[in-house]
Design a binder for this molecule. Sequence first.
Ligand SMILES: Cc1cc2nc3c(=O)[nH]c(=O)nc-3n(C[C@H](O)[C@H](O)[C@H](O)COP(=O)(O)OP(=O)(O)OC[C@H]3O[C@@H](n4cnc5c(N)ncnc54)[C@H](O)[C@@H]3O)c2cc1C
Length: 433
Amino acid sequence: MTRYVLVGSGIAGFSAAETLRTLDPQADILMVSDDPYGFYSRPGLAYYLTGEIPEKQLQLFSKKGKLNLEVKQIIARVTNLDPIAHSLKTDRSGTLTYDRLLLATGASAVNLNIPGENLRGTVKLDNLEDIRLILSLVRHTRSAVVVGGGVVAVELVEGLVALGVKVHYFLRGEWFWPNVLGEAEARMIERHLAHDEVILHHHTEIAEILGKRDKVIGVRTTKGDVLRCDMVAVGIGVKPNKEVAQAAGLKTERGILANEFLQTSDPDIFAAGDVAQIFDPRSGHSSIDNLWYPGRKQGRIAAMNMAGQKQVYKRTVAVNVLLLAGIMTTIIGAIGSGRDDGPAYTTRGSSETWQQLPNTIATETGTDVSHLRLMVGEQILLGALVMGDQTISRPLRDMINAQVDITPIKPQLLQSDAQLGQSVMDYWIKTKS
Ligand SMILES: Cc1cc2nc3c(=O)[nH]c(=O)nc-3n(C[C@H](O)[C@H](O)[C@H](O)COP(=O)(O)OP(=O)(O)OC[C@H]3O[C@@H](n4cnc5c(N)ncnc54)[C@H](O)[C@@H]3O)c2cc1C
């Protein structure tokens, strides 16, 4: 009987378990994770923080769910991997052996690395434990400083506002999420935040978190200004949890390197999800997605290869549909960077492929409440960003995924006027019929 060990109980580990169980009903499947809460929706955490959903809605399987019955689960931290002995050491369950191993260890929030970061009142939004901490502290929190650009930082801002906290939002650069959004797009978000009485501080970074009796009482900025607050929430980005793999001698770069079969440099070890930097033979790039659906698909494909069914992981265009400060936003494919403001970490809810942009021309149109940007390539659309009105999102997803030849409408698209969306819509209807 083959023994499969899966490290990580996130979406990548879970979809691998599900696939392995289906492919090999007799297999011995063991899932090891150091998250005591097991499998839950991480994108859902923000909605739990704002109070829009109860905690139990984060659990995607009931206690009686089939996986709970058919996959052994251990709560422990893997501290060491020996690929030659095919064994793992854990902090609580001794040594485990495997025939095939999946590393689906995800990514963790990056620290600010400044004095005061260990004070009570410094929080992040990475897992269920973090939300519980925020909710326990918030009763004694009148004002907070949130730092970081991207999905998680803005979710922290919105969550704290919903909890009645006065929020100061520190942005390192000229505008919000500059390595994904252009200025007009970011300003839409910022206007909404300002409307919710969030105080935005551009070009502002924290130098030190100030404390008294081990508790946060304020921050000192790099310019020397002091601002009083009871909480500092950090959402500056994530880094893949690749340390165990790296120490075991597996090839790593930003994440654990995996080929198109999701196999690492050791043939019996596979990687999937936020930790995996996967080679795409079509683009020639190895990149990381910090997205839920690619993680699910990678878990499934990794499991098929672990079970001996050779299957290539075909990257689809990376998409995220999300609410940013209440504005429905769809990001599709290569949208490049509006502007880069220095050491950018990958952020949750984004993909490195968004920045892989060959020759393109950006064309855009917008009003105060909606915005459309298209990245126009030689013959195809390579990416799009749609904010507000979402009528055009579906046609754009289809056209970018199917690499529809846009040569006949390219001159119209490059005119950058209010008809942009209509031109795409008309052409999509025409090409479909
Ligand atoms: C607040 C938030 C908002 C998000 N928003 C979006 C969004 O809008 N859209 C989107 O597509 N995605 C979003 N994401 C990202 C998405 O949730 C992740 O891409 C996805 O959950 C990654 O799944 P994973 O299985 O790779 O890793 P994870 O879910 O991080 O799971 C990794 C697991 O490995 C365990 N682990 C790590 N190291 C060890 C070790 N040494 N030993 C044992 N166990 C270990 C961890 O405890 C954890 O259980 C968001 C995430 C968060 C947190």
